[in-house]
Write a protein that binds this ligand. Structure first.
Ligand code: GLP
Length: 270
């Protein structure tokens, strides 16, 4: 796992990285680039960076297929806080992606279990995910996989924990009763099956999850730690997210930074 500290805007760093990956892959109609996508506050800047890159003709999404990580259950698609609405507002409405290449779990499907199975089949049909992007919850949740979810889990229906409902209340007028209590989510196994994973982590609220990820062995109690076992995972963090790392890890980062202050980011192999 690569643990990358940057003092640049995380979203811009990630957008540049993704644009380069897509262009290097050189997708065609027969060989599409399959991208896994997250929602959340942290990745808004990343989507703005991708829209700007498209606007400047640095990248095209014509041959890109996307699969979103998760969606609330029973929230209408048209609700501004549905992940469907979020994705269209922040990305899809501004780029040249073919709508038939966009996949978002339908939290209003008549048979939710079938919806999950169909999603897994669609990912497999597209040849698996090349690059899965993500964020992390304060309790270490990955997509909506809450602590305790097996690392082998596939797309499934979940009840959200109290801490996730509280964290997301800010999007629902701070009214806990308005936050959906259930969601559909890709599993941890669905994410770790991707050939590459990039997770963006910003701010002190995520520092405890980063301490567990870096300093402790993988455990289902902290879902993000599943990435320790992944052969090609990058965790991109800002200084706030490093606040609870051990003194030894902080010292390693300090030395890396001191040696190459001109760099935009510094990488620790963990
Ligand atoms: C939600 C999403 C997660 C995301 C998390 C963090 O719970 N389901 O996929 O990682 O929010 O969001 P934020 O970036 O707003 O902290």
């Amino acid at each position: 796992m690569r643990f990358v500290l940057t003092d640049q805007n995380l979203g811009q760093w990630a957008a540049d990285y993704i644009v380069e990956k897509i262009n290097r892959f050189a997708p065609t109609a027969d060989k599409k680039f399959v991208l896994g996508l997250p929602t959340g506050g942290t990745v808004v800047d990343m989507y703005a960076g991708l829209c700007a890159a498209y606007e400047q003709r640095k990248v095209s999404f014509k041959q890109v297929v996307t699969f979103n990580m998760d969606e609330y259950v029973s929230l209408p698609k048209t609700h501004p806080e549905s992940y469907y609405a979020y994705m269209h507002r922040n990305l899809f409405d501004h780029i040249d992606i073919d709508p038939s290449n966009v996949h978002i779990l339908n939290g209003n499907a008549p048979h939710l279990e079938q919806e999950c199975e169909k999603y897994e089949r669609a990912i497999a049909f597209n040849g698996g995910i090349e690059l899965f992007l993500g964020g992390v919850g304060r309790n270490g949740h990955l997509a909506f996989n809450e602590p305790g979810t097996p690392f082998s889990s596939r797309t499934h229906r979940v009840a959200l924990t109290k801490s996730t409902i509280e964290a997301n209340a800010r999007f629902f007028e701070n009214d806990l009763s308005k936050v959906p209590t259930e969601a559909l989510t890709v599993g941890i196994g669905t994410v770790t099956d991707a050939r590459e994973v990039l997770i963006l982590v910003k701010g002190e609220k995520k520092a405890a999850a980063m301490r567990r990820l870096v300093e402790e062995p993988p455990t289902v109690d902290c879902p993000i730690t599943a990435l320790r076992n992944h052969p090609n995972a990058t965790i991109l963090v800002d200084e706030g997210a490093c606040k609870e790392l051990s003194a030894a890890t902080q010292e390693k980062l300090r030395v890396l930074r001191e040696r190459a202050p001109e760099q935009k980011s510094w990488t620790l192999e963990i």
